[in-house]
Design a protein around this ligand. Sequence first.
Ligand code: GCU
Length: 329
Amino acid sequence: IFIIALIVFCVVGNRIYMWRTSNAKNESPDFVFLYAENQTADYPTTLGAEKFADLVYERTDGRIKILVKHGAELGSEMEVIQQLRYGGIAFARVSISQIAGYVPDMNILQMPYLYSSSDHMWRVLDGEIGDEFLSKASEYNLVGLSWYDAGARNFYSTKPITCLEDLQGMNIRIQESDMMADMVSALGANPVKIVYSDVYSALEQGIVDCAENNWPSYEAMDHYNVARYYTIDEHTRVPEMQICSAEIWNQLSESDQQIIMDCAKESALYERQLWHEREKTSREIAEKSGVTVIAISPAEKQRFRKAMSSVYEKYCVNQMDILEKIMEY
Ligand code: GCU
């Protein structure tokens, strides 16, 4: 009996040991981090985040596991940024208009009608200015990792907008951003700050007549079912940043920091590809549903641009050198 018991003990014991070591990669990461994302599960930025998490897991041999929480499960972007500051959440992808709430210099990268095209914006972000602004995130205890694409933003409304006069007195939903509020006021409309997840109901209930965003957000959040006129004026491109909490960052070894930085940049290239595809499909879905797409005339767009001079005076006066460099690009 003793010998049989000994054999059973050795065999079972050995199995358990093997099971633990062979599962070590999955069962006991050194770090498990939360990543906040406010878009839907199939949105390009969420898929970019998943890619980032997979790359980090692979390249650290399972020592660092990142759990992506989409759909604003961890809070609004402003709340998430605050939580990153103290290390409650480790990672996020956020619109820079929200980081600008804490680091006002960021506004310069999202000024109205600043970039002549998507290529222009990427020349700026992929160059030294982009790097400089990733580092600026440190002013709010954040580490800027990479830039994600969010295309150009346009107005969409419950009644047609074809000229500046149509905007007068309209209630327009904006992000929680003072610069956006000033932009909308300069166009003669009333800015209403509303968190992203509440925009659909605000449009449906008539709290606002208009909102503004890119094609993928307009479609993914179902806004196109309640605001049936989409006016292409491309008034701004608001880049998005992948960020890490400096509290968390400082607990990592230099080699893990490098892995995270590399994976973030790789995931950003992946997101940019997905973005181009999604812009097309989102537009197709909205158009198929019967949305009226209005392209404002170049002359009218010039009137919109002219109205922005006071906004430039307010937000760029201390950064004229950077503004000039951006324009040179
Ligand atoms: C875009 C952006 C979001 C942001 C939203 C908004 O969709 O990707 O991160 O919250 O704009 O208008 O609030």
